[in-house]
Design a binder for this molecule. Structure first.
Ligand code: CP
Ligand code: NVA
Length: 314
């Protein structure tokens, strides 16, 4: 078990951390990425710091980036992974999350969960004797936003000096962005229809943390003068009200006209998968200001740094 003073090193939400810890994880990811420059993609780090360690990846929802980036991250660090779909486990037939946590803790050194509900993640972490990593829930997506910060800083410089605009649904990824800005600094403006604002819990956390976070219903006001415009799908994996969301979110599409309100050198980010010509036009997604594929690549580099933080390493 990896722990600091007996505390299991879970990675559940960005507002569980202080700025120094999150800064260390981002900077370490950048160093590891730079060290790999020019090396073949599947290259294993020479010192294999996670050699002998195993990570279970449990998916209650589909995934491309999270699955492949965690799998490659463990392999590059010399560790092993076991990929599990919740439906193929006894979990899918009613075994409790608590018992699953107790059992897996006897086999592996860490567990990543993509959860259908945030409470499943908390339940797993409460009963696991090994670190648990949040690979997305209905309420947050902290690993994604750590990769976003790495990407933003590569293109624009330190987060505390950036104005980030979030446009569309005030969803799980938006919540992790609010946490990130509250802990690490920077300015965040969110343009969301009132019905799809971030949760009251996350907004009251932002207020207490004195985060520079502002809500508006106007996408243009949110984007005005920003260094980076971010959006996400209109219907997340846990959402059921697709048609209502499409109607509410149509005016929030990120297109050339909306991007014109941001700074002339502003970048565009999206965690992907994108629903092209819904939340973002092809023109913006494939345009010169889009860094979405750097952002996807950075999932790999940040996962390695998160894994080293949680699992330690030699
Ligand atoms: N961005 C992201 O988490 O992608 P996947 O759903 O493919 O893992
Ligand atoms: N908000 C999206 C993110 C997908 C990576 C969802 O939860 O489906």
């Amino acid at each position: 078990m990896n722990s600091v003073l007996g505390k299991i090193m879970h990675f559940l939400d960005l507002n569980d951390f202080d700025a120094k810890t999150l800064r260390g994880i981002v900077d370490n990811a950048r160093r590891m990425k730079e060290a790999r420059n020019g090396k073949p993609r599947g290259f294993r780090e020479k010192d294999e710091p996670l050699k002998g360690k195993a990570l279970a990846l449990i998916f209650e929802r589909p995934s491309t980036r999270t699955r492949v980036s965690f799998e490659m991250a463990m392999k590059q660090l010399g560790g092993e992974v076991i990929v599990l779909s919740a439906n193929d486990m006894q979990l899918g037939r009613g075994e409790t999350i608590a018992d699953t946590a107790r059992v897996l803790s006897r086999y592996v050194d860490g567990i990543m969960l993509r959860a259908a509900k945030h409470s499943n993640l908390l339940d797993l972490a409460e009963h696991a004797a090994v670190p648990v990593i949040n690979g997305l829930t209905d309420l947050s997506h902290p690993c994604q936003v750590m990769a976003d910060i790495l990407t933003l800083e590569e293109h624009k410089g330190p987060l505390p000096q950036q104005h980030v605009a979030w446009v569309g649904d005030g969803n799980n990824v938006a919540a992790s962005w609010i946490h990130a800005v509250g802990v690490m600094g920077g300015k965040l403006t969110l343009g969301c229809p009132e019905q799809l604002n971030p949760t009251r819990e996350v907004m009251s956390w932002a207020k207490k943390a004195k985060a520079d976070v502002t809500l508006t219903t106007s996408p243009e006001k949110a984007v005005k003068g920003s260094d980076c415009v971010i959006t996400d799908c209109w219907v997340s994996m846990h959402d059921k009200d697709g048609e209502t969301r499409h109607n509410l979110l149509k005016p929030y599409q990120v297109n050339k006209a909306l991007m014109a309100h941001a700074k002339a050198d502003a970048i565009f980010m999206h965690c992907l998968p994108a629903h092209r010509n819904e939340e973002v036009t092809d023109e913006v997604m494939d345009g010169p200001r889009s860094v979405v594929f750097d952002e996807a690549e950075n999932r790999l580099h940040i996962q390695k740094s998160i894994l080293l933080h949680c699992l330690g390493g030699t």
